[in-house]
Unconditional design. Structure first.
Ligand code: NAD
Ligand code: SER
Length: 315
């Protein structure tokens, strides 16, 4: 049986990915881990251990004792928080990835998943339909850590044969948890405000277009990549991935179709500078060709799904 370790499982992505992994492999085969014991209550369908991935002795003991075969390493400091705590972000994002890659090599694990981001791109990158291969000069510590991480992933694959797979996610939008300090978080928060009947203050300009993706598409892409035959996974740094692209005005107008009285105002802050350095849209033709990627949701379909389901969701 596969024994799967999810690191940073209580976050925005992990909360949904861990459930899908448990549905596929069985809850007794999946060990969700996150910093605090308080996260245990989220994981009544699988195993849970409180684990700070920077406590490498404890993490190694767990990996060894449980005979872990696959790791989904999701713990990271995201872009906006990273700009507030750059050295902390670098240490966590890099040290934890290198540790996971080393564990995979030492214990001959079957597979590792590690997410990268559109943050690997920078102001000198082509903005429209950003290609898989192009100039990458990220100017956030988060982006620098993801770019370096991609190089390490490819290195461990080529040098040691570690089967590591990765996606450059766009901004992820889900309603089952709150986001963890990114520049694209506004596109989650806006739905909560609309449903609460409150005016939304957006920290980006109305015309600030970014690549985005609804969480069910992100989960599908992750599992499709992880289940693809090894020979189909031709890119071992990280794959470009695209769902949709929109700006704050477009998501506001999408919500207006359901909540015609909803109001928005724009007060751009430091996150505008981060958004301005990222692409508007992404060319994901390599993912489409290599392992058959195709998204299901556009902006209006996502809006409808969130506004229908969020009111009934129990946090
Ligand atoms: P998140 O901030 O919501 O979740 C991260 C989780 O990691 C949190 O539950 C946090 O408690 C945990 N964590 C932090 N430090 C830890 C440590 N030392 N040990 C163990 N756990 C720790 O982030 P997310 O949105 O779920 O993102 C998950 C991954 O996907 C990250 O690598 C992120 O860079 C990447 N990603 C996310 C997005 C997005 O839009 N959310 C986009 C691109 C890439
Ligand atoms: N959505 C993430 C962020 O805004 C990008 O990886 O930080």
């Amino acid at each position: 049986m596969e024994k799967i370790l999810v690191i940073g499982a209580a976050g925005q992505l992990g909360s949904e990915l861990t459930k899908s992994l448990s549905d596929i492999y069985g809850g007794d085969q999946v060990i969700a881990t996150d910093l605090h014991e308080s996260a245990r209550s989220k994981f009544d369908y699988c195993r849970f251990e409180a684990l700070d991935i920077m406590d490498q002795a404890k993490a190694k003991e767990l990996i060894q004792k449980e005979g872990i075969k696959q790791v989904y390493h999701l713990a990271a400091v995201l872009s906006a928080v990273g700009e507030k705590k750059p050295l902390f972000a670098w240490d966590l994002n890099m040290d934890s990835l290198l540790f996971v890659l080393e564990m995979a090599r030492e214990f001959k694990m079957e597979k590792v998943y590690w997410p990268s981001s559109i943050a690997v791109f920078g102001p000198n990158t082509p903005k429209i339909n950003t290609p898989q291969y192009c100039v990458k000069e990220p100017n956030t510590v988060y982006g620098i850590s993801k770019q370096a991480g991609e190089r390490w992933c490819e290195y461990y694959f080529q040098k040691y044969g570690v089967d590591v797979r990765s996606l450059r996610y766009p901004g992820l939008i889900g309603y089952k948890s709150l986001p963890g300090g990114g520049t694209t978080d506004y596109a989650v928060d806006i739905y909560h405000k609309a449903l609460a009947g409150e005016k939304f203050t957006c920290f980006l300009r109305e015309d600030s277009s970014l690549p985005m993706m609804y969480m069910p598409d992100a989960i599908k892409a992750t599992l499709d990549l992880m289940h693809a035959p090894s020979e189909s996974v031709k890119i071992r740094s990280s794959y470009n991935l695209s769902g949709m692209s929109f700006d704050p005005k477009a998501i506001y107008e999408s919500i207006l179709k359901f909540h015609p009285d909803f109001e928005i105002e724009y007060q751009p802050d430091f996150r505008q500078g981060i958004a301005d350095s990222w692409p508007d849209s992404i060319d994901d033709s390599c993912a489409r060709k290599d392992w058959g990627w195709k998204p299901d949701f556009d902006l209006d379909e996502m809006t409808k799904d969130i506004l229908e389901n969020l009111p009934n969701f129990k946090f």
